[in-house]
Design a protein around this ligand. Structure first.
Ligand code: ZN
Length: 293
């Protein structure tokens, strides 16, 4: 075989391997989104049995993919009707024995049967929340699979928040938990995903709300190389998301989203509308970005 033919084969076989890896990651996104947003999960309302079932499913994925354990943090919520709810955040710490930790989070709860949080006319039906936020959970899990295996001078703390939809309770409780363990000061960046499953096939626009002191980090990663257009959105929105508690403590935060759509908080936020191809582009981009932070 001459050198040219050899390199051609090398190129074809590495391209073939990339295709296999990509298609298995797309299948992975589908598995997560279709399971969490299945009707049997009844919309994953905070403190519901189906929310517990959702967290058990996330734990089973962490175990299967990384041999690691999803730990849980229990907390209570004082609901507006003065009832008390209990719920759980899930988290995985990747300890690279570094001083600094990057927290990567996504809420896994949704609005259950809708009720007053529904924007649908049918507000007593299952609201699957495929984009909001099964997509964010799937993206975080894919990043966990990768960051678990790379050498890094940062630790990674992956968190799956409950209590988001009824008032950002899970992230607030998790920040308290970190503070009680004197670990909050080690968190140097918070990255959050909320609704990342609707990348427009033409515009390829990924919105980012950022309070990084230096946005050159964002422009430093060439998003176009990953097939994306980054659109910097208002950072005030960080206070309406699970970044709020960290942002208000002065920790640099980033939130990524593919944006609001007509199915937001509606009974039609279904898995069939999720772009798993788009999520793959986003994940590849974020892997590059996170390792540059
Ligand atoms: Zn959400």
């Amino acid at each position: 075989m001459n050198a040219k033919v050899f390199f051609f084969f090398l190129l074809i076989s590495s391209w073939g391997q990339t295709q296999v890896v990509d298609s298995s990651r797309i299948e992975f996104f589908k598995e997560i989104v279709y399971t969490l947003a299945d009707d049997s999960m009844r919309g994953r309302a905070t403190s519901s049995p189906e929310e517990t079932k959702s967290l058990d499913f996330i734990a089973s994925i962490v175990r299967r993919e990384t041999k690691g354990k999803l730990k849980t943090q229990c907390f209570t919520i004082q609901a507006s009707d003065s009832t008390e709810l209990t719920s759980k955040n899930g988290y995985v710490f990747i300890n690279n024995h570094a001083k600094e930790t990057i927290l990567i989070g996504a809420h896994y709860d949704h609005i259950g049967m809708g009720g007053k949080l529904s924007l649908s006319l049918k507000n007593n039906e299952v609201h699957n929340g495929a984009d909001d936020n099964a997509s964010g959970v799937a993206l975080a899990l894919d990043l966990l699979n990768h960051l678990k295996t790379v050498k890094s001078n940062k630790n990674y703390l992956f968190v799956f928040y409950s209590g988001h939809e009824i008032g950002l309770f899970g992230s607030a409780a998790f920040a308290d938990f970190c503070q009680s363990k004197r670990k909050l000061k080690n968190i140097t960046t918070v990255i959050n995903f909320d609704m990342v499953g609707r990348l427009d096939a033409n515009m390829k626009r990924l919105k980012c709300m950022s309070s990084l002191p230096n946005d050159s980090i964002l422009s430093g990663t060439d998003a176009a190389k990953f097939g994306l257009n980054i659109f910097i959105a208002e950072k005030e929105k960080l206070d309406q998301l699970d970044t709020k508690v960290f942002h208000q403590k002065g920790i640099p935060c980033l939130n990524f989203t593919t944006g609001i759509h007509d199915d937001y908080h509606a009974t039609t936020d279904d898995p069939k509308y999720i772009s798993c191809d788009g999520m793959l582009l986003i994940s590849n981009y974020l892997l590059d970005l996170i390792q540059k932070l």
